[in-house]
Design a protein around this ligand. Sequence first.
Ligand SMILES: [Fe+2]
Ligand SMILES: [Fe+2]
Length: 347
Amino acid sequence: MYTQALDLPPTDSAALASAPSSAAIPFDPRAASGQSHFDAMMDADGKIEPQDWMPSAYRKTLVRQISQHAHSEIIGMQPEGNWIASAPSLKRKAILIAKVQDEGGHGLYLYSAAETLGTSRDQMLDALHTAKAKYSSIFNYPTPEWADVGVIGWLVDGAAIMNQIPLCRCTYGPYARAMIRICKEESFHQRQGFESLMTQMQGTPEQRQMVQNAVNRWWWPVLAMFGPPDTDSPNSAETTRWGIKRISNDDLRQRFVDATVPQAKILGVTLPDPDLKLDEATGKHAYGPIDWDEFWAVVKGKGPCNQERLTRRVSAHEEGQWVRDAAQAYAAKQRARNQVRAEMEAA
Ligand SMILES: [Fe+2]
Ligand SMILES: [Fe+2]
C-alpha cells in the first residue's frame, strides 16, 4: 500500500523523529551550487539520486513517506495473512500466500529505498515498533470473514494503485523505480480480489450477503485511506513542488470513487452511501461525508486492531532474531573466506 497521503503537522508527527537530522548528513562543500542543481532538476521534472545534493526537508519528507509506506506493506500482511490457514480451497490459499509474500517484498524494496537517504533499517523498525512511526490506518481494521480478503484486494489494493501510480514518476529515483514493480503487483492483487468476490457472488445467498457485509465494513475506511481533505493537508504545496505528490488527496479519492462505482454494479453489490450519485454533467460521483473523527482516532492508535497489529509485529521481529543472526554469521564467514582466497591469489 499504501501511503495514505498523511500530512501530519510536524508537532503531531512522531515519525519525523526517525528521519535523519541535517547534522547527520555529511557537509557538502558543493551545497551552494547543490541547491541550484536541485531546483533545476525539479523544474525539469528530473530524477534526484542518492549521491545528489538535496535540501534536508526533501530528504526528511521522503524518509517519512517511504518508511511509512514500507511499514504499511509489512503491517498489511497481517489482516490477510490471518486467513492463510483457513482459505476455502488450495487455489485460494496459494493465491493468498503469494499476495501476502508480495506485500512483504514491497516492504523490503521500500526499506531499501529509504536506506539510500541515510537512515538505517534498524532506526525505521525501531520507530515502527515503538509506535513513533505511522502506517496506513486501513490495516487496523479486522477481517472477520473470508469475503474481507477479497474486498481488501478489490478496494484496498485498488485504492493503493490509484495512490501509487503517480509515485512511479516521483523525483526521487530509488522510490520511483521501486514503485514501478510494486504497482504491477498491486494491479494483480486488485484483480484477484475482484475475481474472488465475483466467484462468491455467484454462490449462495449467504455468500452474497457475506460479500455485501464486507463491502459495508470497508467502503468508508477505504475512502479515508486517501488522507485528509485538501483543505486540511498543509504540506501538499511543497510535496507537489518536489514532484512527490502529484495529485491531491481529494482528486485521487474522486478518481477512485468514479472507477469503483461501475465495478460494484458488475459485482452486484451496493456501496453503503445513500448520497452516492452520478453528476451527469461532470461524469463524477458525489459522495457522502467521511467520518474524519474516526480516521484520526485510528491514526492515533484507537482503531479496532492497532494494539494487536503492533504486538504481532514486534513478536514476529523478535522471533526472527535467529534468522538475522544466522545471515550475519554466514556473511561474515563468506567475507573471511574471500579474504583468504584473495591473499592466496596475491601470494
Ligand atoms: Fe503492496
Ligand atoms: Fe497489494
